[in-house]
Ligand binder design. Structure first.
Ligand SMILES: [Fe+2]
Length: 455
């Protein structure tokens, strides 16, 4: 059984022995009981006499029995209990605040390292689950084109939950319009209630703002009857503003990334246009390379440099003269030496642009061979960067299957045979296998104009 308040106070620093000494000095005796009548102290020769109440913050917590002298003991115990309770409240409050601050700090740490909107939203949900009592959360972001809020991350929802919020419909729309966070402790009797919130009994909803404009809302709710307090709303609003900043940053970063890839892609296309017969070669090499990378389970970082490398693999051809690059008849040794310089020119170009440096290994070594007989450096096996080994398979396969003015492209079957034939000499066998196991094969199988290929 839990100790009563007075019992706890008496146990503090051996207070009962101090009291016994005090009582004997006062030449009296005492019986102390808690509010449930449990005897806590009885000194020698004690008689009940008068009962003096002991209180803590105005509430009765026990009795001190004896003659009139023991009134002082009742008052001493009451004061001790009061200060004990205050101290405990202060400790609890401090601990709560500390916990809140730690959690919010944790959240700032985590979300500020992520530059992906959905990942940020997911982290925000994880943090909300830690600090507030809830059974569901949704993060909705504004889609300017449709002028509606769309669900980008959620936790604990029922399948019937709405994933799009339109203006003027429901509580989230109301927060979107007002820009003010709200608590709704009885959702079903709220006039704005829409059936999408099935099961939810209480909720809190806060706006996500970017430069004073509402760009989304975060909503959390509980199916159990909890009463969210003003304190909860304050905490939730802080979380929402942290989320806003992180989501805005992630959004800007995503836009920047998109602009960056568009620019890089345009650059690669400009080169490709010098040789109109290559039509979409860059795009296909990128698709095949990424499919191989995905099959191999490359890290996000390797996938990013693989994408850049694949798009830019022939960027160095800008340094090769048209008369050589576009020559339809066979090349002389000297001309072939000039063509072989394009990976090196590629490295020189990319070396000047810090954002493109990560593509260099893929670009410089996409003509290396697994057995060391390629160019420009004659690297072999694992000495060749993995992105280059992947691009080599993707680039060769597309070159084999593309029709040029002076020759027809190989059929897929023949090209597959070639890849297998040169697996282990020209190509890394692991890359060839990954290509055959990739999503790209699915597309070849289902292409209606092509025969089903047995690999
Ligand atoms: Fe090349």
């Amino acid at each position: 059984m839990a100790l009563s308040i007075l019992e706890k106070v008496m146990k503090k620093r051996g207070l009962s022995s101090v009291l016994a000494t005090l009582v004997s000095a006062m030449e009296t005796s005492v019986i102390i009981e808690d509010d449930a009548g449990k005897l806590l102290l009885s000194t020698e020769g004690a008689e009940r006499g008068v009962a003096y109440p002991v209180t803590a913050s105005g509430d009765l917590i026990g009795w001190v029995n004896g003659n009139e002298k023991v009134a002082a003991i009742a008052s001493l115990l009451s004061q001790t209990a009061d200060s004990e309770l205050e101290k405990r409240a202060l400790v609890t409050e401090t601990l709560d605040k500390y916990k809140e601050i730690t959690l919010l700090y944790d959240m700032v740490e985590k979300v500020s390292t992520s530059l992906d909107t959905k990942e940020v939203a997911r982290l925000v949900i994880e943090e909300a689950k830690k600090i507030l009592s809830l059974t569901s959360v949704s993060v909705l972001l504004l889609n300017k084109q449709t002028d509606s809020l769309e669900l980008i991350a959620e936790y604990g929802h029922k399948p019937e939950t709405t994933t799009v919020v339109r203006r003027g419909v429901g509580i989230a729309a109301s927060v979107w319009a007002s820009g003010r966070a709200e608590i709704v402790n009885d959702v079903h009797s709220d006039s704005r209630f829409v059936s999408g919130a099935v099961g939810i009994s209480s909720l809190m909803c806060a706006p996500l703002k970017a430069k004073d404009a509402v760009v989304g809302v975060i909503k959390l709710g509980s199916d159990e009857a909890v009463s969210y307090s003003a304190e909860d709303l304050k905490l939730f609003s802080t979380l929402a503003s942290l989320a806003s900043v992180a989501i805005e940053n992630a959004g800007l970063y995503e836009q920047l990334q998109e602009a960056f890839y568009t620019t890089v892609y345009t650059l690669a296309e400009t080169i490709e246009k010098r040789d109109p017969y290559t039509g979409n070669h860059t795009k296909r090499v990128m698709e095949y390379s990424l499919a191989i990378g995905k099959t191999l389970g490359l890290s996000e970082e390797d996938m990013a440099r693989l994408k850049l490398g694949a798009v830019l693999h022939d960027i160095g051809k800008i340094g090769v003269r048209d008369s050589v690059l576009l020559k339809e008849s066979s090349l002389t040794d000297d001309e072939f030496e000039q063509i072989k310089m394009h990976p090196v020119y590629g490295e020189e170009i990319l070396g000047r642009i810090s954002q493109l440096k990560s593509a260099i290994p893929g670009v410089k070594h996409h003509h290396e061979k697994y057995n060391g007989r390629g160019y420009p450096d004659g690297l072999k096996g694992d000495e060749i960067d993995i992105t280059a080994r992947i691009i080599s398979v993707a680039d060769s396969f597309d070159a084999m299957t593309s029709t040029r003015p002076y020759r027809n492209g190989l059929t897929l079957e023949v090209a597959f045979e070639e890849l297998k034939k040169y697996s282990g000499t020209q190509f890394d066998p692991a890359m060839v296998d990954a290509f055959f196991a990739s999503d790209v094969m699915e597309a070849f199988y289902t292409a209606s104009s092509r025969q089903k290929i047995i690999i």
